[in-house]
Unconditional design. Structure first.
Length: 221
């Protein structure tokens, strides 16, 4: 299983985003949180800024939409040329159709679920998605504590993906750090979003530490 590290720019210096992207050039992806102050009680950035980030980023953009009306808005982000677009199951009226629209616009289609949302509806249409994001905190703000109670749901998703033979990535977002990476990886995560755990120090060394922790956990899984 390949492990991917996706630093979240929610923890970066918003006044110097191009520089902050350059500091994580050794990462696999960069996690870009789009919040509209409706689906979650926070406001970050939108389509024009994501478009500009796409133009200057040294790593592929992993866009996470925490917004209402995901069915309409998600394909617009895919059109920018980003690597993946994640929308929330809770914000979509037709998640399978929304995922298809994202794919048709050239991006990987991903669906996210909050900690309390069952994973069963997603697993019933596994072939519709390229990635599943399981929130390990309540969405909206960085710096929250990891919720280990999400791990059984992650394990169920890993079992379903492995049984299907499909290339569906399993991403976790929230409270990911060196000490929580082992739980996530052993439960089946292959894509790790980390904000303050990367930008809270030297990003290059923090990314390396996360990779090492993940590989050790994977070896002992």
């Amino acid at each position: 299983m390949t492990i991917r590290i996706s630093p979240s720019i929610l923890s970066a210096d918003f006044a110097n985003l191009e520089r902050e992207l350059g500091r994580i050039a050794t990462a696999d992806l960069v996690h870009v949180d789009v919040m509209d102050n409706h689906f979650v009680p926070n406001l970050t950035l939108g389509l024009p800024i994501v478009e500009r980030l796409q133009q200057v980023s040294p790593v592929p953009l992993d866009v996470h939409l925490m917004i209402t009306d995901a069915d309409t808005e998600a394909p617009k982000y895919a059109e920018l040329g980003v690597s993946s677009v994640t929308f929330h199951l809770e914000a979509a009226t037709d998640p399978v159709a929304t995922a298809a629209a994202i794919r048709s616009n050239g991006a990987r289609a991903a669906v996210a679920v909050k900690p309390g949302t069952p994973i069963t509806p997603v697993l019933a249409h596994l072939d519709a998605y390229d990635m599943i994001l399981l929130m390990t905190v309540e969405p909206g703000f960085g710096g929250q504590s990891f919720m280990p109670e999400v791990m059984p749901k992650l394990a169920d998703a890993r079992a379903a993906v492995d049984a299907s033979g499909l290339d569906v990535w399993l991403e976790v977002d929230g409270g990911i750090a060196v000490d929580t990476v082992p739980q996530a990886v052993r439960s089946g995560a292959d894509t790790l979003v980390a904000g303050s755990a990367v930008y809270g120090g030297d990003p290059e060394s923090r990314i390396r530490d996360l990779r090492d922790a993940a590989q050790r956990a994977l070896a002992g899984r």
